[in-house]
Design a protein around this ligand. Structure first.
Ligand SMILES: Cc1cc2nc3c(=O)[nH]c(=O)nc-3n(C[C@H](O)[C@H](O)[C@H](O)COP(=O)(O)OP(=O)(O)OC[C@H]3O[C@@H](n4cnc5c(N)ncnc54)[C@H](O)[C@@H]3O)c2cc1C
Length: 171
């Protein structure tokens, strides 16, 4: 039996997992390795911050999704790939062999190394950070001035245009 290893339980691989539930491939063992058990749907991020959805509404459980699709789930981070030996290493020290490897580890935020960013900025990614951001916004006991750095579609347009009435924005 061949082994297909999916790395990263993000938006793209979730579609793959759903397709495999509908049309399982016989004689292929599928393993998903992802850093966290919980994944968040970015398309609902602004509405979550606005309070239209709960955390449960815009998150899903990767182990449960995998179990439904006959996929083995490993909560871990891939740290190295050996394309000659067809195997990978994880942060927890696992060595996983594969016949086919699919990498979908998403993107990283730029600018994390800007002086002061780690201490004073709220990072939007990974999307689980939105939970802390929402709590911080709601806990504020005074009007906030928020400076947004980086103006991609979501931050530049969607986030400010939502009715975040408790903040004053400087974009
Ligand atoms: C706030 C926000 C709102 C957005 N809104 C929209 C929208 O409305 N419409 C739209 O089309 N796009 C939107 N996007 C963009 C969209 O989220 C991305 O294009 C999409 O997430 C990319 O999917 P992906 O599967 O490549 O990666 P991701 O969804 O980022 O998934 C990557 C996964 O890989 C895991 N991972 C990372 N490194 C490792 C590793 N070494 N080992 C194991 N696992 C690892 C991560 O934990 C994560 O689960 C938004 C993005 C943000 C940040």
């Amino acid at each position: 039996m061949k082994t297909l290893v999916l790395v990263g339980g993000g938006h793209a691989h979730v579609h793959v997992i759903k397709l495999l539930a509908k049309a399982p491939i016989t004689d292929v063992a599928v393993i998903l390795i992802s850093t966290n058990k919980k994944q968040y749907y970015s398309g609902m991020a602004s509405a979550y911050l606005e309070g239209l959805y709960s955390e449960a509404d815009f998150s899903f459980d990767l182990p449960r999704l995998c179990a439904h699709s006959g996929i083995s789930f490993i909560e871990d981070t891939v740290t190295a790939i050996d394309p000659v030996a067809n195997s990978l290493q994880t942060a927890a020290g696992l060595r996983v062999a594969f016949d086919i490897l699919s990498l979908d580890t998403g993107s990283e935020l730029a600018g994390k190394n800007i002086p002061g960013a780690q201490e004073f900025a709220q990072m939007i990614k990974p999307l689980g950070n939105l939970i802390g951001l929402k709590e911080a916004l709601e806990a504020a006991d005074r009007p906030l001035n928020i400076v947004i750095t980086g103006a991609g579609d979501w931050l530049g347009l969607e986030f400010p245009s939502h009715r975040l009435h408790y903040v004053r924005l400087a974009v």
